[in-house]
Design a protein around this ligand. Sequence first.
Ligand code: NAD
Ligand code: DAU
Length: 353
Amino acid sequence: MAERNILITGGAGFIGSHVVRLFVHKYPAYRIVNLDKLTYAGNPANLADVEGRPNYTFVKGDICDMDAVRDLLSRYDINGIVHLAAESHVDRSITDPLAFARTNVMGTLSLLEAAREQWGGCYDGKLFQHISTDEVYGALGPDDAPFSETTAYDPHSPYSASKASSDHFVRAYRDTFGMPAIVTNCSNNYGPCQFPEKLIPLCINNILHRRPIPVYGKGDNVRDWLYVEDHARAIDAVFHRGRPGESYNIGGGCERKNIDIVRRITEIVDRLTGKPSGTSLDLIAYVTDRKGHDLRYAIDSAKLAHELGWRPEVALDEGLEMTVRWYLDNRAWIDDITSGEYMKYYDSMYGGR
Ligand code: NAD
Ligand code: DAU
């Protein structure tokens, strides 16, 4: 096996932590360097089980800091980059778009430029894999075919506009400088360690605290749900066997209206906490819709299935059950986040955020 020194950015976040764990365990001969700024969304507790592994290094830093990134690429002789670091929450992008342009656009560009300098045009054995979203394709109507890799970009939110821009920069580095790069566009993930601002963990946490579950609009918006470990497996397959220069869509093939997801979670939480069925339904609260709320996302992952044999392994019901159980078994994880304790603790270890 070729020597691989892989930089994973955003590895302390939700999806990144699952990718780091998979790579550290599956490839003991690789060196995995996790670069994460530890924003509000980054939580080293997500990787407590990986700390101390001989092939794992955590570096607290900002992808926008080119000097620091250059130094890292050189120090660890990085030959593969899996880039997940981003501002990821659509609602925050509506209240603070500039933060999304900074990290998602300028951060990605800084990383590309540092890699171009470090690799010096010698791209043999190198790969830049950019983790992106289905939201770049815009919104589908109820009867439209799912997004494919050839669907035109049509982002609507500041978040999706910033991700679309970063995808374009990655492709520009491929086309202009010949950098071997792959973009993956994935649908909605769910699973352990997802920050409780996102629909599913927010819903679980609010039920546990008997607080209202805010459902935007009528709850008719549709998302295509994928268990996070299936996404990590797809990233692994694409990193090792994907064709440089290509894009791959990754989706769960599992479309649900938000209200149906919310109702299903109330059922699971009620059952697992020993409450009569239907107890938590009255927590559902229809609230003002998200501005520019995309109606429907759905992903066609046929290319990934045909070329690399990847398919989701976790069915939605099984995945939701595992997710609810994880949050019930890890109440301290979420309580530390909602109380802000996780920031104080890690600030003392790694310095201020
Ligand atoms: P997340 O918000 O949970 O984690 C993001 C991580 O990036 C955090 O650890 C944060 O500290 C780090 N980070 C943020 N800004 C940084 C910076 N300037 N420098 C270094 N690190 C920084 O996000 P997530 O949900 O795990 O998403 C990860 C990636 O996957 C993102 O690029 C996102 O666009 C993409 N994605 C997410 C989903 C989803 O459903 N969550 C679906 C498709 C694609
Ligand atoms: O599609 C992939 C994207 O999925 C990723 O690129 C993003 O990083 C990720 O955050 C996610 O974006 P969404 O906006 O789809 O996820 P969120 O969990 O915020 O919302 C899911 C749906 O639920 C969406 O239609 C909005 C709705 N919603 C969300 C929240 C937080 C509610 O109805 N109530 C809520 O409180």
